[in-house]
Design a binder for this molecule. Structure first.
Ligand code: ATP
Ligand code: MG
Length: 638
């Protein structure tokens, strides 16, 4: 694209600006030439919530459903229109103001997937406060760190909720976080709690959590909203924010180490989110869009909330899990709500494809048009299953590559326009300039394997790490001066398609052969007995490094010596003898972040056999017990 600036400003023109600015993207990626910064349309004034709500209502979408909410228990459901959403957001904006929240203050939000979550986010945006959503699956420690780091004065939470049969006592977890924060010298001024438990059904056998109310700090969402209604508000005052005013802070998944609190600003993020949802999901007036990612992750922010609302779409908000009451839940919901666009993750696909096909095919998926994935490289069998079984070979598959830092997809097919190749996120999105560089930072043309960087700024990129601009520069701009470095490695093929292989740290060097662990994983997951696999480098006295494979077998399979031999042989045949795993470790599960990604840094320590090593921040893991189990089952030598 010759003139990304002109293009992005023409996209912004479709949105509402209280004050327009002719400035486009201004940036410096080279820290040797001065401060690293990015700006888009500096000086313009706008408001994200206004663009999501009033702008659409003025276009006649007031009575259109904005969200369909489905609870954990089948049958728990509700809908909310754009007009109703505006009323709720306006009231909650007043509640926040009454609590003393001002423009620039940080509001922490720790809520399950209930309608109050987007309401609270939009209310913050409306008054210029910065939201910091913390995924409700996080522990007290993780919440405390995030509250403390962002110096949040107020927390929005709920009494509790259920995930499948499991009760989550969210308020008790929040209370624990406050006492941790208190010990660190930071106190929360007020807590607003949604009484969620009394309006939802309790799963069989689950015990509703007990909730303590602290009279000094806590108040109830409904009571606060009633008080705001008594003021007889039509709509609350809108804060016209500057383009570069922060909109939110959001933490990365923590796959590689301490999570980073990225800061996204108003106009650039809004413009990018709007265009991404519009083009990648080909937004149409009668769509029912289901982004299965929790709103606590960037995918949920950009697609579950902002991108969907900016485009006036009807979205689903699902509080449960894909395998409760059984593994057909997702497809039941697709049929029930006539979902047309589905956006999910490779990890969800891998977990569902092991079930009998009828669990999918018993339900109508006729309305589905686009199936999107994000989060990790998708292995070919999973891609094919999605395409064939779920999509009945008539849906476009969009494998979107991006990061919390990028705000929106960077490599992605455009449905119907880009021919796809299973496992490739295909081509750059509008105005995105990917470059592959070698370890010396030299950009290479043509087919090459290299470090994936972006040479030019784009509106949706994060501007800094909250409170730590030096870490921002060090992490993304210091390895290859003048370029934004993603930390991922990628290959460009003869058709200029990109294949993201995973983090560059996940490469290994066996007797001088440089291998990507994802290539070996790809072969392993092709094996009919293997459900999931992860390969890491383990040190070896003569070869330097050797591949160490963790494999989770499909139900009812056991890892016999013959099977280990067969698996190794498969890698020998498909890649080469040097790539064959030295060890095949049968695992009952893999350590994963709460967003479903495999944490290879922990697997590396297990492969190295270093019992004393520091595992780093494990608070972002779903199940820490998996680690103990992996230590117990670690084979000595094979
Ligand atoms: P942390 O930065 O804390 O280690 P994280 O990188 O997992 O965590 P996210 O920002 O949620 O946190 O994830 C972005 C990363 O996910 C990318 O850098 C890439 O490694 C991977 N990824 C996302 N989408 C894709 C995709 N379609 N194909 C391949 N990899 C992907
Ligand atoms: Mg990352």
């Amino acid at each position: 694209m010759e003139e990304p600036n002109k293009f992005w400003k023409s996209v912004a023109k479709e949105l509402h600006f209280e004050k327009w600015s002719d400035k486009g993207l201004e940036y410096n990626f080279d820290h040797q030439k001065g401060e690293v910064f990015v700006k888009f349309m500096e000086g313009a004034k706008t408001n994200m919530a206004y663009n999501c709500l009033e702008r659409n209502i003025q276009k006649g979408l007031g009575s259109k459903i904005a969200y369909i909410w489905e609870g954990n228990e089948p049958g728990d459901q509700m809908t909310i229109t754009y007009q109703e959403l505006l009323e709720q957001v306006s009231k909650f904006a007043e509640v926040l103001r009454t609590k003393g929240v001002k423009k620039g203050d940080v509001v922490a939000i720790y809520l399950p997937m209930t309608i109050e979550l987007p309401i609270a986010m939009l209310a913050c945006a409306r008054i210029g406060a910065i939201h910091s959503v913390v995924f409700a699956g996080f522990s007290s420690d993780a919440l405390a760190n995030r509250i403390h780091q962002a110096k949040a004065k107020i927390l929005i939470t709920a009494d509790g909720f259920y995930r499948g049969h499991k009760a989550i006592d969210l308020k008790t977890l929040a209370d624990k976080a406050f006492s941790i924060c208190h010990d660190q010298g930071h106190d929360i001024d007020s807590v607003i709690m949604v009484e969620h438990l009394k309006r939802i059904r309790t799963p069989q056998g689950a015990i509703p959590p007990e909730v303590k109310i602290n009279k000094k700090t806590d108040s109830l969402w409904n009571k606060e909203m009633e008080a705001a209604s008594s003021k007889n508000l039509q709509t609350s005052k809108i804060e016209w924010n500057d383009s570069e005013d922060p909109l939110f802070i959001l933490y990365t998944s923590g796959s590689t180490g301490t999570p980073k609190g990225l800061v996204h600003t108003t106009t650039g993020y809004m413009t990018y989110a709007y265009e991404a949802a519009k083009k990648i999901f080909d937004s149409k007036p009668d769509d029912v869009f289901w982004c299965t990612a929790d709103i606590g992750w960037i995918t949920g922010h950009t697609f579950g909330v902002y991108g969907a609302l900016l485009n006036g779409m009807t979205s689903m908000l699902f509080e449960g899990v894909p395998n409760y009451p059984d593994a057909s839940r997702m497809w039941q919901l697709v049929e029930k709500y006539k979902v047309s666009k589905l956006y999910t993750s490779p990890t969800a696909v891998r977990s569902l494809m092991d079930c009998p096909t009828e669990m999918v095919t018993d339900y109508s998926r006729d309305t589905l048009k686009i199936l999107g994935v994000v989060g990790e490289p998708i292995n070919r069998p999973a891609w094919r299953w999605l395409h064939k079984v779920v999509g009945g070979e008539k849906c476009a598959i969009v494998d979107t590559y991006w990061q919390t830092e990028t705000g929106g997809p960077m490599l992605t097919p455009l449905p119907g326009a880009t021919p796809t190749k299973p496992g490739s996120a295909t081509m750059p999105f509008f105005g995105v300039d990917p470059v592959l560089v070698d370890d010396q930072g030299v950009a290479k043309k043509g087919q090459i394997d290299g470090n994936l960087c972006f040479a030019r700024a784009w509106p949706g990129m994060a501007r800094t790490i909250w409170g730590d601009h030096a870490r921002f520069i060090k992490t993304y701009f210091s390895t290859f001066p003048g370029l934004y470095f993603t930390g991922d490695g990628a290959r460009r093929d003869q058709d200029s398609y990109y294949w993201v292989g995973g983090r560059v740290d996940d490469k290994l060097n066996v007797s001088g052969h440089l291998l990507s662990t994802s290539e070996i994983e790809c072969v392993l997951t092709h094996h009919p007995t293997v459900q999931e696999a992860a390969v890491v480098a383990a040190p070896h006295p003569s070869k330097g490094q050797v591949p160490y494979a963790f494999v989770v077998l499909k139900q009812s399979r056991t890892l016999t010596a013959d099977l280990i031999h067969e698996i190794k042989q498969e890698v020998r045949n498909k890649i080469g003898p040097f790539a064959a795993p030295e060890v095949v470790h049968g695992a009952c599960g893999l350590p994963k972040t709460r967003s479903g990604k495999i944490t290879r840094r922990i697997l590396r320590i297990i492969a190295e056999g270093d019992h004393k090593a520091n595992l780093g921040d494990t608070s972002t893991l779903i199940d820490e017990q998996v680690i103990a189990h992996l230590w117990e089952t670690r084979p000595d030598v094979q």
